[in-house]
Design a protein around this ligand. Structure first.
Ligand code: T1G
Length: 708
């Protein structure tokens, strides 16, 4: 064998072909060639009666090498290039058994389906996650999977991209046997059993391809679901078309159709954005000055101070990860309310079948309510989630400094306040950090980890690693007002209010951003979070607002009328008992009255202007944050907006989106707004500089990375 990516060994009359391309055995350059050569040797060797194909390390094969997609989009390579290898495997005269452990994803599952039999360890997972990269399977997955698992399961797996576990893979006929214990031994034993049998080719199977009548219904429902759940995304619909082709075209023709749609998707903006997100999710975990080998502190027990909406949700996050939690409140009624909320959330998950009653009971048992700081001396981390006021937080941290043992991490869930000032209330600033969860904390995946001036590298490394264990995407940010997410959200929501003050209908502002792909419009988001939250912060920090700068009045006036949003049944919209929103003409009338009083003449405003002002408000502030160093990379900002603020992943995040539009165009548009609307649209110096140099935020990121 000329490369060590694929090793061939013998277990008696069984060949063992081992793919060894760490970390995830991606089918990068040299791997398909190595497999083809091994198969050639296997076929030539008359002693060998069957073969087992498996992966070294923690997983079978995670698919094609995503890093090599550039070779296709730059024209160096025509397609996935896997088709020929898979035909070679399928047409092999001697049977090949694929043995799956860990993940068989994308090209990995396609490889397995092209062999004659598949066995798996009980913990294995299989899937076609390509749509999450904005593409579709490109090596026969949409043609072979329906032949093995049936049309309905295949269309679900290819259009939604979620993996299934080994038991389901067995049930749907994707794998032929589950192997407990040593996988290689079990697979070799299976291979001996089938060695004399004919090698069944998946391509030749049609018994599970259903009838046109049955399939019509399946595809109609799948398209409806894709349009609803994967709004505006092209790949899921392309995947459905390709699986449909498997039911209407001969195998080879179906593969050609799949390849055509695969290439079409791969060259799309959506795919570029989603691949940026894939690597971005992994890059945010890398902190240049906190190396991988930095010591992490144990976190096997925690305490949460405050059982309100956030505190209760945070306690659930730790309990869901199997970590016992002390949950403290100031009085019994508040504690009871907090626990009742937690129980309600678990009951809801059980009612939705997301959790068994037993599992919910186990998690609830890990949450120990208390009214005292007793027991705090034993925990390894405390998360403070009390009311958003500096004095109160400093009191709590002073108390924690007194009762907690040295080495306990003291974290604050503050969403706006200075971590350094909170830390100044303790004698251990190096153990103080911000862990900003997003509401509902037990659902939202983002965790903004706020680094204080004195926060130690060990504490940072511990929280970054812990975020993964908690099922969160942890992003490290600097300690400025509102950190990264909320600081950028200010200009975004400011513009939304200004647009209404200038005459845009409330529902038109929300619809424009919803059509752009945001999970929810900015005004409806305000109603969900509670308009009073921002109102109180503005009142607390009014003295910080720059003089002479135009400030929106809309939400302050709504709050003065007690319209805090969903929680009071009325905000920008009015809400029924199920929190369903309806447009409230009374608010539109109030807005016209207030705008007239403010001397703001109404005008017609296009959806394009609405989107540009809100999104470029994000980008401009993001550029400031980047140049001031409160975010390590533009990618970090993108990941924050995807996981914390419902920014559409297929647009890559606000900074990626701006790069794709072209920073010169974004800069010009912001200058236009600056001239038209005033100083609050002052372009960020970094944006001006990059636009002038025809550069991108990604360029700035790599240059800064290279300099670090
Ligand atoms: N290609 C290149 N690099 C990959 C990769 C891949 N397919 N999968 C992972 N990596 C890198 C990743 O960037 C990270 O790098 C390291 O491996 C560890 O990954 C023809 C066209 C398998 C569940 O979409 O879902 O096949 O940061 O941190 O948490 O039809 O990786 O260390 O430098 O995620 O244990 C379809 C993608 C491809 C699966 C493991 N396959 N991978 O999770 O480790 S398209 C996928 C994953 C395709 C065919 C089409 C996960 C994992 P670094 P990690 P993990």
């Amino acid at each position: 064998m000329n490369n060590n990516l694929v090793e061939l060994s013998r277990d008696g009359e069984i060949a063992v072909i081992l793919i060894n391309n760490p970390p995830v055995n991606a089918l990068g350059a040299g791997v398909p060639e190595g497999i083809a050569e091994a198969i050639e040797k296997f076929v030539q060797d008359s002693q060998l009666r069957a073969a087992v194909l498996m992966g070294a390390g923690k997983s079978f094969v995670a698919g094609a090498d995503i890093k090599e997609f550039g070779k296709i989009t730059s024209g160096q390579r025509a397609g996935s290039g896997l088709g020929r290898l898979l035909s070679k495997l399928e047409e092999c005269p001697k049977p090949i058994v694929t043995a799956i452990h860990g993940s068989a994803f994308g090209g990995g599952l396609e490889l397995a389906m092209a062999t004659h039999y598949r066995v798996a360890s009980p913990t294995a997972q299989v899937g076609q996650p390509e749509v999450k990269l904005g593409i579709i399977p490109g090596a026969g997955g949409t043609q072979r999977l329906p032949r093995l698992a049936g049309v309905a399961k295949a269309v679900e797996m290819c259009a939604e991209g979620n993996p299934i576990n080994a038991a389901d893979a067995l049930q749907y006929g994707i794998v032929d046997r589950l192997i407990d214990g040593d996988l290689q031994l079990g697979a070799a034993e299976f291979a001996r059993e089938i060695a004399e049998k004919p090698a069944p080719q998946t391509r030749a199977r049609s018994e599970r391809l259903g009838s046109p009548e049955e399939n019509a219904q399946i595809f109609a429902v799948a398209r409806q679901n894709a349009r609803a759940k994967q709004r505006n995304m092209a790949a899921p619909l392309a995947a459905i078309d390709a699986v449909e082709a498997a039911t209407t075209m001969p195998f080879e023709q179906g593969c050609e159709y799949e390849q055509k749609r695969f290439i079409e998707c791969l060259f799309s903006e959506q795919s570029k954005a989603l691949i940026h997100v894939f690597f971005g999710e992994r890059e945010v975990a890398k902190i240049p000055d906190v190396p991988k080998q930095t010591a992490v502190l144990p976190v096997s027990s925690v305490a949460v101070v405050g059982a309100g909406t956030m505190g209760g949700g945070i306690a659930m996050v730790f309990a869901n990860a199997g970590i016992p939690v002390l949950l403290k409140e100031v009085d019994q009624p508040a504690l009871d309310r907090g626990l009742a909320n937690i129980r309600k959330n678990y009951d809801y998950s059980v009612s939705k079948g997301r959790l068994t009653q037993q599992a919910a009971g186990k998690r609830l048992a890990l949450i120990q309510p208390t009214l005292r700081f007793e027991g705090f001396s034993d925990v390894e981390m405390v998360v403070e989630a009390v009311f958003e006021g500096m004095e109160l937080k400093k009191q709590v941290f002073a108390e924690l400094d007194r009762v907690c043992k040295r080495g306990t991490i003291l974290a604050s869930n503050t969403s706006t306040l200075s971590i350094d000032e909170i830390a100044s209330a303790t004698s251990r600033a190096e153990f103080v950090i911000g862990t900003h969860f997003f509401s509902p904390a037990n659902v939202m995946r983002l965790l903004e980890i706020v680094r204080g001036r004195a926060t130690s590298k060990e504490v940072i490394a511990t929280c970054m690693q812990l975020s993964k264990k908690l099922g969160k995407v942890g992003v490290l940010v600097g300690n400025c007002m509102g950190f990264v997410g909320n600081r950028m959200f200010g200009p975004y929501r400011r513009e939304a209010q200004f647009l209404v003050e200038e005459g845009a209908p409330i529902e038109a502002v929300d619809q424009a951003l919803f059509d752009f792909g945001m999970a929810m419009g900015p005004l409806a988001t305000g109603d969900l979070a509670g308009l009073d939250v921002g109102w109180r912060i503005r009142k607390e920090h009014g003295h910080l607002q720059a003089l002479g700068l135009r400030q929106p009045f809309a939400e302050d006036k709504l709050c003065e009328l007690g319209r805090f949003g969903q929680k009071t049944g009325a905000g920008w919209y009015k809400y029924d008992g199920h929190r369903r929103a309806t447009v409230d003409p009374a608010v539109a009338a109030l807005m016209r009255e207030w705008s007239t009083q403010a001397g703001i003449p109404p005008r017609d405003i296009s959806a394009e202007e609405i989107v540009d002002r809100c999104i470029y408000g994000l980008v401009n502030e993001g550029a400031r944050i980047l140049e001031q160093g409160y975010a390590l990379r533009a990618t970090d900002i993108d990941i924050i907006y995807l996981y914390g603020y419902g920014f559409p992943a297929y647009r890559g995040g606000p900074m990626w989106y701006a790069d794709r539009v072209g920073l010169d165009k974004v800069y010009d548009r912001i200058c236009e707004f600056h001239r038209q609307f005033g100083a609050h649209w002052e372009p960020a110096p970094l944006l001006k500089e990059l636009a002038a140099q025809q550069k991108t935020f990604s360029d700035f990121q790599s240059e800064r990375g290279a300099a670090a």
